[in-house]
Design a protein around this ligand. Structure first.
Ligand code: SAM
Length: 225
């Protein structure tokens, strides 16, 4: 799988995509992640990527040309399954969407900045718009990192068996059960006996019951979606 991220601030992406499961998946060659600096696609000597908004008002707008040139260059080299723009008004990012995107070969994720991108890019080049929640961040870099992380950990081989994504919340419309580690008794705070029993069937049953109970209590809507 290949994920190409377009941004005006590459520095914001280096750390989130260079540690833990995402780094290991990159090292194993399971995913190739490239970060492109949109300033490198600017036409003028100042490497401008933003300009004033037509009609006035506060805030700058990301210009068409650098984004267009970057996307066209990438598209001339390979076919992309989706060209994603991160946007607060996009479709809500969910585990279901992460599962779907993890099955794709090539993705572009365009991170917006300033007041957003010139709308003509959205109308003519973007195939999917994704929001990570109903709040506004300063840029699309953190959303791009969130989307990439959620996708990459689902690629077969990215996680070891014991970290399996299948046991995570939302995979089966249920929240994950509680987890514990040593010591089994910390100042009287005890781990449920069943987890120390060594009885795998009973442990599975307990975990499922906990998942159902926690989902009913904390996110009842998930069970009806
Ligand atoms: N003026 C825009 C609006 O009200 O919808 C917000 C622009 S925001 C300051 C700059 C960029 O951050 C956006 O273009 C988008 O790429 C990204 N962004 C901010 N919040 C986001 C969210 N919740 N989900 C995805 N991307 C977001």
């Amino acid at each position: 799988m290949r994920i190409d991220i377009l941004t005006v601030l590459p520095e914001l992406l280096f750390s989130p995509l260079n540690y833990s499961i995402v780094k290991r998946a990159r090292d194993k060659g399971l995913v190739e992640i490239n970060i492109f600096n949109l300033h490198d696609f600017a036409k003028d000597k100042y490497k401008s990527v933003d300009d004033y908004a037509f009609g006035g008002g506060a805030g700058m707008v990301m210009m068409i040309e650098p984004v267009y040139r970057a996307i066209e260059k990438l598209k001339s080299e390979r076919k992309y399954d989706e060209i994603i723009y991160t946007s607060p008004d996009g479709e809500r990012f969910t585990q279901k969407l992460a599962n779907e995107l993890s099955l794709r070969e090539n993705l572009i994720i365009l991170a917006g900045h300033y007041k957003g991108i010139d709308h003509r890019i959205r109308e003519n080049l973007i195939t999917r718009e994704i929001s990570i929640g109903d709040y506004v961040l300063s840029g699309g870099e953190i959303p791009a990192a969130v989307i990439t992380d959620a996708i990459v950990r689902l690629i077969p081989g990215a996680m070891s068996d014991e970290q399996s994504a299948l046991s995570d919340s939302f995979q089966d419309d249920l929240l994950a059960p509680p987890v514990y580690t040593r010591p089994a008794d910390f100042m009287g705070w005890k781990v449920p006996d069943v987890l120390l029993s060594g009885n795998a069937a009973e442990i599975d049953k307990w975990r499922h019951e906990q998942s159902v109970e926690r989902t009913r209590k904390l996110r009842p809507g998930l069970m009806n979606e």
